[in-house]
Design a protein. Structure first.
Length: 591
């Protein structure tokens, strides 16, 4: 099967114990409710030996014809189950509280860290895998930290208390359980390694499944127009089958290891029963003592089974923890800038900028130099892959230059804090980015939410968006759906322009998007673009001649180099690359 999860296979520098103890650090803020839950499980476990003790008292009372016990033993039995109930409630409720808070805390930390990761991380990691880190991986982590701890404490203490009671009654017989312990530990050690490997692959495959679903949902129109339904079904089916196959491997190991360990315990029990029925022991023990002892050891298989079955959960949690820590340990964007209070006019200079990216360190920009004076418009034109978008991505430091420097008002952009630099840059994408929220929140997105209503309406008016906003059922409060799909392409673009206008930044990056729009929408967007560009230093990735004609400077790019530059008329007069692109028509060239 051709899968792409191998890119996420990273050797972990942490051992299983280190990963697990690192996970336990997240319990620190929840230590009080966690201790209460542990106390509840201790109460439950401590009540277990009381049951064989009750059986011993009942048998003794029957043998001795003790009628007075009819008043005492029922209350004793009732008391046991009241105590067990209190322990169960405290343990279960407070552990659920801890689990919920832990899930919320981990998911929040992973999500928050992803928002700070560099653009290169998103380029090399599939979205489905990242979603899996926040959802399934975190779920497995919390299972190991909370559910596993619950089983280990509750069932582990139950075994300890029952064995202590059994040793108290007859330590010679109880030695049988000590004999089988090393064998059980060897089995657990082997299965732990296998569970870890299988669970890690299963998580990666779960990310593949999410990625396949996401791509199908986002590209359903392409899927249908090109008849890709069967291809998507087969792709999804292969991912599901691979997940099923890994699940069955895990199930096979559990199906073999659990009954094997139960058989070892059963053999110890059988040996104990055999020894109990020897004449010497029968003669020296009362019926009540023997029934109490047998009851105690008969209660052992269930908690031992629970303990052996928790190993897959722990290994899944460790594997999930490794996945989560792979994200959390990825360095965030480098932000060593210190300037955050300088007035910005918008004077931009690219000085001998070279940029390389990717595993092969391929150079995509070569010695790029140009200037955008405050308030000027510079357009980038060229064939697809010539480096236009890369230049636009370097200005807000989505990527950092490999050589050379970029300055804003005479200051290297790396000397500004990232937040302050980006505060002074507005962006209008060709592929409009809108959110499944109201029109109001899409225009006043992020740091713009505190801007006055009057300014927001003014931005919408200048972007020619007021007309269609007023026609929406709830006006500004209308929810526009995922990616704004309830709006037309032109309406979505006008909202993104209104967002840029509302930000009122001195620098504008404009990936112009007027192709494939009806004439009316195109005309309104062109007017809106003229408005948003006024008085701003604008870097345009040009798709339309109307934007280029009025640019103060046009940079013609080929293979990551500037091959021509000048005004529209000057470049046409050169009869070079620009003239050829112009004659072919920008709309047909993906420039």
């Amino acid at each position: 099967m051709n899968t792409h999860y191998e890119q996420f296979e990273r050797p972990s520098e942490l051992t299983d114990k280190q990963i697990y103890f690192r996970l336990l650090v997240y319990m620190k803020p929840l230590i009080v409710p966690f201790i209460v839950s542990i106390l509840g499980f201790v109460i439950f476990a401590a009540s277990q030996p009381l049951l064989p003790g009750l059986m011993e008292k009942i048998i003794t009372a029957i043998e001795q014809k003790d009628s007075q016990a009819q008043w005492v033993l029922p209350l004793y039995a009732l008391g046991i189950f009241v105590v067990r109930g209190i322990g169960t409630f405290l343990g279960t409720y407070f552990l659920s509280y801890v689990t919920g808070k832990l899930v919320m805390s981990l998911q929040k930390e992973v999500f928050n860290h992803i928002t700070a990761l560099p653009a290169s991380y998103f380029d090399s990691n599939a979205q489905g895998q990242l979603i899996a880190r926040i959802t399934s991986s975190v779920g497995m982590v919390t299972g190991a930290v909370t559910e596993a701890v619950k089983i280990v404490i509750r069932e582990g203490l139950t075994v300890i208390f029952l064995l202590a009671y059994a040793f108290y009654l007859n330590w010679q017989l109880s030695l049988m359980f000590i004999v089988v312990t090393p064998v059980i530990m060897l089995i657990i050690s082997y299965t732990s390694k296998r569970f870890r490997t299988i669970t890690k692959k299963a998580q990666l495959i779960a990310g593949d499944v999410m990625q396949t679903i996401r791509e199908m949902l986002n590209g359903y129109q392409v899927m249908r127009i090109f008849g890709g339904e069967e291809y998507e079904r087969e792709r999804f089916s292969k991912d599901l089958y691979e997940g099923f196959r890994q699940g069955m491997k895990s199930a096979k190991i559990a199906a073999i290891s659990v009954p094997t360990m139960q058989l070892l315990v059963a053999m110890a029990l059988a040996a104990v029963i055999f020894l109990i029925l020897q004449p010497a022991i029968l003669q020296n023990s009362t019926t009540g003592e023997l029934v109490g002892y047998l009851t105690a050891i008969a209660l052992l298989p269930k908690p031992i089974k629970q303990l052996t079955m928790i190993n897959p959960t722990i290994q899944a949690g460790i594997s999930g923890g490794e996945m989560v820590f792979n994200v959390l340990d990825t360095p965030a964007e480098v932000d060593n800038g210190t300037i955050d209070n300088k007035s910005i006019a918008g004077d931009i200079r690219f000085e001998n900028v070279t940029f390389s990216y990717g595993v092969k360190n391929e150079t995509v920009l070569h010695d790029i130099s140009f200037e955008i004076k405050a308030g000027q418009t510079v357009a980038l034109v060229g064939r697809s892959g010539s480096g236009k978008t890369t230049i636009a991505n370097l200005l807000p430091r989505f990527y950092d230059v490999s050589q050379g420097k970029i300055t804003l008002d005479g200051v290297n952009i790396q000397d500004y804090t990232l937040a302050y630099l980006r505060k002074h840059i507005a962006l209008v994408n060709q592929n409009v980015v809108l959110f499944n929220d109201t029109i109001r929140r899409n225009i006043a997105y992020g740091g713009l939410q505190n801007i006055s209503e009057e300014n927001m309406l003014d931005a919408a008016e200048k972007a020619y968006a007021t007309e269609f906003i007023n026609n929406q059922p709830e006006g500004l409060e209308t929810v526009i759906g995922e990616s704004g799909l309830q709006l037309s392409g032109g309406q979505r673009q006008r909202l993104s322009i209104a967002r840029a206008l509302l930000k009122d930044a001195p620098v504008l990056i404009l990936d112009e998007a007027t192709s494939a729009l009806d004439n009316e929408s195109e005309q309104k967007i062109q007017e809106a673009l003229k408005t948003v560009m006024q008085g701003r230093s604008t870097l345009v990735i040009a798709h339309r001649l109307s934007t280029i004609e009025n640019a103060d400077n046009i940079l013609v790019m080929e293979h990551g180099r500037i091959v021509e530059q000048g005004k529209h008329e000057e470049l046409l007069a050169l009869n070079g690359v620009y003239s050829k692109l112009h004659s072919l028509g920008f709309d047909s060239m993906d420039v």
